[in-house]
Design a protein around this ligand. Structure first.
Ligand SMILES: CC(C)(COP(=O)(O)OP(=O)(O)OC[C@H]1O[C@@H](n2cnc3c(N)ncnc32)[C@H](O)[C@@H]1OP(=O)(O)O)[C@@H](O)C(=O)NCCC(=O)NCCS
Length: 195
């Protein structure tokens, strides 16, 4: 696990989680509900409570195509993100993966954890051989949009009827970023070129 100590004395860590302790589950549930209440809890609109969210995270760990990344501030789990790989039957899209469910609890924002979290997911996706990382985000999530665009994600389309949040229809922005796995042909040659 690589951790970074800030001048402020805080420590930042992001790791891929293959198991979660009871303390991790409780902290992730708290972080998720805090993000939902603030307005951006990866799809959830209403707080879910600890038991439901602990079941959610336990379930995520059981799904083979999903990898969970946990962000920690001073050792405590304060956010997470998922790398979703295509199912084995989807050979045609095996080159692409999706980054989803990224959030940091409001009490841990502004330290650079989301930037590290996204970087870690990209690194892992590239290491697994994926050439493209897709993501989508409600157009009301201005901080996330600023973050993804600063990291080089390309906005290729907007879905006008993407989500319904508290009685309002919200558009969603769709992005992709190409990745270089560091072996084989360069991604630009591979995806743009002929066979
Ligand atoms: C988007 C989110 C994950 C950012 O988390 P974070 O840990 O605070 O982000 P970071 O500290 O890594 O900052 C990354 C960038 O976000 C932007 N940013 C962070 N805080 C900001 C703020 N208060 N106002 C404007 N931009 C801000 C900056 O561009 C920053 O870039 P910098 O590193 O050059 O300063 C967090 O705000 C969040 O969970 N939002 C709700 C959920 C969501 O929108 N998820 C994404 C869709 S799935």
């Amino acid at each position: 696990m690589n951790s970074v100590a800030l001048q402020s004395g805080h420590t930042l860590e992001v790791e891929r989680a293959e198991r979660l302790s009871d303390a991790d589950l409780a902290e992730l549930a708290e972080a998720t509900d805090a993000a939902i209440i603030e307005g951006g809890g990866f799809g959830w609109v209403e707080p879910q409570g600890r038991a439901a969210l602990e079941r959610h995270f336990r379930g995520v760990l059981l799904v083979p195509e999903r990898e969970l990344f946990v962000a920690r501030l001073d050792g405590h789990a304060v956010g997470s993100a998922l790398l979703v790989r295509p199912p084995r039957n989807n050979e045609a899209q095996a080159f692409a993966a999706t980054l989803t469910h990224a959030y940091i609890a409001p009490y841990a924002r502004g330290f650079g954890l989301a930037r590290r979290l996204v970087g870690k997911v990209e690194e892992r996706a590239a290491a697994l051989g994926h050439r493209v990382l897709n993501l989508d985000v409600r157009e009301t999530q201005a901080t996330a949009i600023a973050l993804f665009e600063s990291l080089g994600y390309v906005h290729w389309g907007t879905h006008p009827y993407y989500a319904r949040v508290k009685g309002q229809t919200v558009a969603g922005r769709f992005y992709f970023k190409t990745l270089e796995p560091g072996r084989g042909r360069a991604t630009g040659d591979l995806i743009d070129g002929a066979v």
